[in-house]
Design a protein around this ligand. Structure first.
Ligand code: H53
Length: 831
């Protein structure tokens, strides 16, 4: 390891220097005197102070990586979402200067935590897909793998959630409003992206078809670079986010003719492309803007990589040796066609070679099992927006289906399923089929997911190309999700086993030796209690609800969705309430139920579930019979709150219908922070249970096979309703309007959907869930046992580090290795 980095660190981080930089940056960058500076000004000054200390590493990483010889590969992650989270504290930890900076800030009369709270969370994603991409960027840097993340710089990220009268209200997320000190714009590296128009084709002297695309519109892509530091290494990779602009901001011709609105029109239209992130499950197929975003990202990223490769002396035949391009779901899959176009139309490479380069370049991660959730675009829409790409897609498909017919016979149904074009009704382009065909590797993100993918969702492709498929179980970064968010537990762990675990999470196994140590157990419990106290304070302050930190904190934090079954959790809560109402002296283990999560703006049932949680909370929290035995809270706008929610949880609710969740990553974050899991045999829950041991995991419910079988046999929710008197009473109680000021219609849509269909089989799992919850309440009363289980959960979750996942991707898919970054003198800051 390069020791100059440590020396350099010590040199840079003298408290004195830090204080001077802070004062300088306040003056020269925000243009304020201390007396009139706001908290946000101080935060900005601090952010620039830290960024200055990152820059030598960042610039040296960029310099080294751009000059890499052909045999070192750069990993390029294409993702429509990156949820990196706040940067400031993360960089302080990674640079190893947290304590020094805190001291310098204190000596300047400020409070580091208060300044850190000023940082808005960049809301560039809807949920775990984007958070996963951010964890992977963190691990790539920590493992010193040269990498670049390509995404979109949405001006408005995911909406902010407010709750009014128990209903979700969406508020625009203006995360850039107060400036973003972490990004550096690179206008000199802009690229042009074409849209619309028509193609002109001809056959050249050698008989090859050549095409020219005459676009209707050209948009400029401007890159904004953000540093992604690794933990205590010199590597600082780049997240390059693209903003759309008009090539000319202002049409003077139109202006001179008096068309003032027309004069700015093109600017507005072009910039719309990167204005806003689409919410999760809006009905997308007709949304042209979403396809424009996808193509914009793909084209910017590929042009950037090609330029970089040619500049460093490579030729395009060796492009796949230089870049391993990972498609995070199908959102950026149009890149496959764009690379074909760039290679053939702009770099004169023939079809056969272009296709080989393309397939060697791309690999595809699938994140969904539901056939109806696989992305598809209407042929007409795609043809209008990307006429040349439609031609290429047709040709890829023609060649592919011919090959299939020649080698696999003429099973018409199978060929129809494999085709890139869905012709069952209106014609669509199937993006997952395109991604499978244009990539050399296809992976699922948990073992069960990959199994179901190969059996069912992508089964036809698996039959043709079994060698392309593999599993890469998701992982999360322990730096953000334990070290940063849970310093108390980090300190306790490191005191016992040193700090090596921070980058080698399997080392946590050494904690097993302390699970029976009374003193360690006690301290473990105290750390958790402190976290719960501080969460309780937060709940009091935000919601005015008093919760007992000694009660069991039972937490479900994730997007609100019927398949994730927040309403099953509510059925349990109402059951406990009902028990108390029937016999107020009944023995109930005190619990605080904590919910957080957003519903997609257009998803009525999910919004009704949020209303139900609030309505049930309102009654239970104020019922004197219940007292402080049960409390129910919903924390709005949970993104930043995750930092305090995962560490403070005792119990993690992972209760999706088996076979519906693909992996989950929240489940891993809870486990890492010592929460026990109540979970179905679904997604990564299965692997968590296998790692921590079934005696340390609360499993309930049907398996994916059983769910499938019950459905095949004709599942009837009424059988459960009439067969289980407790369930019937609970459903009737909710249906009666008891939680809705006697309005029996409010929750009827939810009740009806359960009684008449129960697509996600809550009724089938209800009794098993209840029994499992009862056994949890009993175990909770045995403090020693619970604490031991908690320690063992943390000790045994090493597998779920994103470092492990990234190592697997590097070894088995990308074939990329670490490059150590040396710090050169000439880019040191003048401190
Ligand atoms: O991807 C996560 C999984 C999680 C899954 C999620 C996801 C999105 O956030 C968005 C779209 C999509 O198809 C899947 O729901 O189970 O952990 C990362 O793999």
């Amino acid at each position: 390891k390069d020791t100059s980095s440590d020396n350099d660190n010590q040199q840079q981080v003298s408290i004195e220097n830090l204080r001077h930089s802070l004062a300088d940056n306040l003056f020269y960058i925000t243009g304020k005197y201390t007396e009139i500076a706001t908290l946000n000004d101080f935060y900005l000054a601090l952010a620039y102070t830290v960024r200055d200390r990152l820059l030598p590493r960042w610039l040296n990483t960029v310099r080294t990586v751009t000059q890499l010889s052909d045999n070192t590969k750069v990993v390029s992650c294409l993702s429509s979402e990156f949820m990196v989270g706040p940067h400031l504290v993360n960089h302080l930890i990674n640079l190893g200067i947290y304590d020094q900076v805190r001291q310098a800030v204190e000596e300047s009369g400020l409070d580091l935590q208060k300044l850190a709270e000023q940082e808005p969370e960049p809301g560039l994603g809807n949920g775990s897909l984007g958070r996963l991409a951010a964890c992977y960027m963190d691990s790539l840097s920590t493992l010193e793998i040269p990498a670049i993340g390509y995404g979109i710089r949405y001006e408005f990220g995911t909406f902010k959630q407010q709750i009014r009268d128990g209903w979700q209200v969406e508020i625009t997320d203006k995360w850039l409003q107060k400036g973003n000190p972490w990004e550096i714009v690179r206008p000199e590296s802009a690229v042009e992206v074409k849209f619309g128009g028509y193609t002109e084709g001809y056959t050249d002297e050698e008989g090859n078809y050549q095409a020219t695309w005459v676009p209707h519109q050209v948009v400029k892509g401007i890159p904004y670079d953000t540093p992604i530091s690794g933990y205590k290494v010199n590597t600082v990779n780049t997240l390059r986010l693209w903003k759309a602009e008009a090539p000319e901001s202002f049409n003077f011709q139109a202006f001179n003719l008096g068309d003032y609105y027309g004069a700015v029109d093109q600017k507005v239209v072009s910039e719309n492309i990167t204005k806003v992130l689409y919410p999760n499950d809006e009905h997308i197929p007709g949304r042209q803007l979403r396809l424009e975003q996808q193509f914009f990202l793909a084209s910017c990223a590929l042009q950037d990589m090609i330029r970089w490769h040619l500049k460093s002396g490579g030729n395009l035949e060796t492009f796949p040796d230089k870049f391993a391009v990972q498609l995070n779901d199908t959102h950026p899959a149009i890149a496959i066609v764009e690379l074909m176009r760039l290679l053939m139309d702009e770099h004169d490479i023939q079809w056969h070679d272009a296709w080989e380069i393309t397939q060697q370049t791309f690999s595809y991660t699938n994140h969904t099992l539901l056939p109806e959730a696989l992305e598809k675009w209407p042929v007409n829409l795609l043809g209008r927006l990307l006429p040349r790409h439609l031609e290429i897609i047709y040709e890829i498909n023609r060649r592919f289906l011919e090959e299939v017919r020649n080698s696999n016979g003429r099973d018409g149904h199978k060929i129809a399923r494999l085709s890139l074009i869905d012709e069952t009704g209106e014609r669509y382009i199937r993006m997952a089929n395109l991604a499978c065909l244009g990539s050399h590797s296809i992976n699922g993100v948990a073992e069960l997911h990959t199994e179901l993918l190969t059996k069912d969702t992508l089964g036809d492709f698996y039959e043709l190309f079994p060698h392309k498929f593999s599993n890469k179980t998701n992982g999360v970064t322990p730096r953000r999700w334990l070290v940063q968010n849970n310093p108390g537990m980090t300190k306790l762990i490191s005191e016992k086993i040193g700090e090596h675990w921070i980058t080698h999470l399997d080392d946590l196994r050494q904690l097993e030796g302390f699970a029976d140590d009374g003193d360690f157990r006690y301290r473990w419990g105290q750390v958790k209690l402190d976290l719960k106290r501080s969460l309780a304070g937060h709940i009091q302050q935000r919601l005015g609800v008093t919760v007992n930190p000694e009660s069991l904190f039972d937490v479900q934090v994730k997007p609100i969705h019927e398949y994730k079954r927040q309403h099953l959790n509510i059925l349990h809560i109402v059951t406990l309430y009902h028990r108390i109402k029937q016999d107020p002296t009944v023995n109930i283990t005190p619990r605080t139920f904590i919910f957080a999560g957003k519903a997609a703006p257009g998803y009525f049932m999910a919004k009704l579930m949020i209303k139900l949680i609030h309505s049930v909370a309102e009654v239970i929290n104020h019922d004197p019979d219940v007292g402080d035995r049960l409390k129910v809270v919903f924390l709005p706008d949970y993104n930043v709150l995750c930092q305090i929610l995962y560490p403070a949880a005792d119990l993690s609710e992972q209760i999706s219908t088996a076979g519906k969740e693909v992996s989950g990553t929240g489940n891993m974050k809870f486990c890492l922070n010592g929460a026990l899991t109540i979970g179905t045999w679904d997604a990564a829950n299965i692997e968590i249970c296998q790692e921590v041991g079934q005696e340390n995991f609360f499993r309930f419910g049907l398996t994916a096979d059983e769910v499938y079988q019950r459905k095949a046999e004709g599942y009837n929710p009424w059988d459960y309703y009439y067969g289980n008197s407790q369930l019937k009473e609970i459903i009737d109680l909710i249906g009666s309007g008891h939680f809705a000021d006697e309005d029996s219609t409010l929750f009827q849509p939810l009740i009806d959907s359960l009684l008449h269909q129960d697509q996600y089989m809550l009724f089938a799992d209800y009794q098993s869930y209840l029994d499992c919850q009862d056994s949890i309440s009993r175990v909770w009363c045995d403090r020693d046992r619970w604490l031991k289980m908690s320690i063992l959960n943390t000790a045994r979750c090493g597998k779920f580090s994103s470092d492990r996942a990234i190592r697997e991707y590097c070894d088995q898919i990308w074939h990329s290795s670490p490059v150590s970054i040396q710090l050169a003198d000439y880019v040191q800051p003048q401190t």
